[in-house]
Unconditional design. Structure first.
Length: 220
């Protein structure tokens, strides 16, 4: 299979992918630049928000590869996690929502503050808007630097569709990709879902993806 960058070259497409196959566009430029400016942040607490499939985890992987640290799934946060963070300067807490022990989260905030560590939290909405019951915790969440991955523009949609197709070893004519962009919801999750649909229909019919298959997927 051709590399993603080679596919982009074939399409005469702008080379905005990093070495980690992360496409930097208007929608995520600020977040990408911010994580690469570590440790020169205004605060030690960073909240990255974005929808599913928006690239939050991909950005975290880039950050940890470059700066090193400990990743914790928020639903798995426990006493052992708090002990494990001691040797690390950077801590990442992924997919934060109400399904977390609030007292432990509050303790984590305090440890980060006292030991001058850095905490990155990913979530689908700003943590200051999450309805935590613990008042001290709610107060803490207001002290985070916030960055949002916006909905994709046409250029990023093209790149994401191309990447999802490449991951499935599929190539499409540029006019088919532009046809899709004009007709699907501007959402990271919907892009992933739509590529899955057209691939499934194509395999079922044992036919290459064309306008007919794309329209069939659009009607589902």
């Amino acid at each position: 299979m051709k590399s993603l960058n080679q596919l982009l070259l074939d399409f005469d497409f702008k080379q905005n992918f990093t070495n980690d196959d992360f496409y930097v566009g208007k929608s995520n430029y600020y977040t990408f630049e911010l994580i690469n400016k570590w440790p020169n942040w205004e605060k030690n607490f960073l909240n990255i928000i974005g929808d599913s499939f928006s690239g939050k985890t991909h950005l975290i992987n880039i950050f940890l590869k470059k700066f090193y640290g400990l990743r914790i799934e928020s639903k798995l946060l426990n006493e052992e996690s708090l002990k494990a963070i001691k040797p690390y300067e950077n801590i990442v807490l992924e997919d934060l929502d109400l399904n977390i022990n609030e007292k432990l989260l509050y303790t984590l905030f305090n440890i980060i503050d006292q030991d001058n560590k850095f905490l990155i939290i990913t979530s689908s909405k700003p943590i200051a808007e999450i309805d935590f019951k613990l008042k001290d915790l709610k107060s803490r969440t207001k002290n985070c630097l916030l960055t949002k991955i916006e909905n994709p523009d046409d250029e990023l949609m093209f790149a994401l569709i191309l990447k999802n197709l490449a991951d499935r070893q599929i190539t499409l004519d540029k006019k088919l990709i532009n046809f899709i962009i004009k007709r699907i919801e501007r959402s990271y999750g919907k892009i992933f879902e739509f590529i899955y649909k057209i691939d499934k229909i194509s395999l079922k019919k044992k036919k290459s993806i064309d306008f007919k298959i794309i329209n069939e997927a659009l009607e589902e």
